[in-house]
Design a protein around this ligand. Structure first.
Ligand code: PHE
Length: 343
């Protein structure tokens, strides 16, 4: 077969293939096969050595012409295919910006934290400073400085988690009273929210981990009426007008006198209902005048200064506020329960 015919054949084959090409990849395969380094046209060019010298220039010219023509055709086809592929991609990847977006599901504050934040806002509004301290506490702060003697039942391993002989998981936030007095000078006004631990069995009203908020005020001439006034303001701010406090005598080693404090039942406003068991009152905190012994142990001159302290149980307030009847719900992390508090 002559050179001209062979070129004609290659040309024809390529035109046919180009017509059938559907993708950029297709085209590339064709290009490599016919025009590439090992392609058929290149092979022809190489085979020119076998031609006679006077045939060569003519053959070379024909091959080069064919190459130029085919390359041009290939490029044209490539543009066509590229344009089509782009149009298809645009079509395929269209986004309907008018579709409603799928919002990410956000978490929310835990009800205990919501109540804690509310209390913090209430007390900081009255000039209290927020102070946080260790949950793993020295016996010295948790018991000794709180005037809880060695033989006190609260010290029993039945009630307290011991890390070792001298270290406990704090059983109340009251050790923060000592930490506050030892690190600042009067006047002192602090609240100390946080977790506390007691070796209780879990049931509807008990948990080995729960939350308290300690309050402490030390100044000259602080008396029980100041405690009452502060807690009345807190009660009204939190539950609204008409909610007040009732003090009942009690005992804590670190306060003298000590009191158990009830709030007017916020669901019946004192008339008596199921929630307050008909009494009109709900017990939510303990308090009293800081025992002079505690003041002295913490480096405060009890002949000059006096103070009051209180400890609020956050679980109780949270359960009352949201009508939660089982404390376990607060710790189980069930989203069906928790998502109800999302704002
Ligand atoms: N620490 C006491 C308790 O856990 C509460 C309390 C705090 C009482 C401050 C008096 C003063 O029960």
């Amino acid at each position: 077969m002559g050179m001209k015919e062979r070129i004609g054949e290659i040309h024809e084959a390529m035109v046919k293939e180009l017509l059938g090409a559907t993708s950029t990849q297709n085209l590339e395969d064709i290009r490599v096969r016919l025009l590439g380094k090992k392609g058929e046209l290149t092979a022809l060019l190489r085979g020119m050595g076998q031609l006679s010298p006077d045939e060569r220039p003519k053959a070379g010219q024909m091959i080069n012409e064919a190459r130029a023509k085919l390359t041009e055709m290939l490029e044209k086809k490539a543009e066509e295919i590229k344009a089509r592929e782009q149009a298809e991609a645009l079509e395929r990847e269209t986004i309907d910006v008018t579709q409603p977006a799928q919002l990410p599901s956000l978490g929310g504050a835990h009800p205990i934290n919501m109540v804690m934040d509310e209390l913090i806002e209430c007390f900081t509004g009255m000039g209290f400073e927020v102070l946080e301290g260790p949950e793993v506490e020295l016996d010295h702060y948790n018991f000794e400085l709180m005037n809880i003697p060695k033989n006190h039942p609260a010290r029993d391993a039945q009630d307290t988690f011991y890390v070792d002989d001298n270290i406990v998981l704090r059983t109340h936030t009251s050790p923060m009273q000592a930490r506050a007095m030892l690190t600042r000078k009067p006047p002192i006004r602090v609240i100390c929210p946080g977790r506390v631990y007691r070796a209780d069995e879990v049931d509807a009203t008990h948990s080995p981990v729960f939350h308290q908020m300690e309050g402490l005020v030390i100044d000259k001439d602080v008396n029980m009426a100041d405690l009452r006034g502060t807690l009345n303001a807190f009660a009204e701010k939190l539950y609204g007008k008409g909610i007040t406090t009732r003090f009942r005598p009690s005992f804590f080693p670190f306060t003298e006198p000590s009191t158990e404090v009830d709030l007017t039942c916020s669901s019946c406003h004192g008339k008596g209902c199921r929630i307050c068991k008909g009494t009109g009152w709900i017990e939510v905190l303990g308090g009293g005048m800081v025992n002079p012994k505690v003041l002295e142990m913490c480096g405060i001159d009890s002949s000059v200064y006096s103070g009051f302290a209180f400890g609020i149980g956050l679980e109780r307030i949270t359960m009352l506020r949201y009508g939660i009847s089982d404390m376990r719900l607060l710790y189980e992390g069930d989203v069906r329960f928790l998502s109800q508090f999302r704002k």
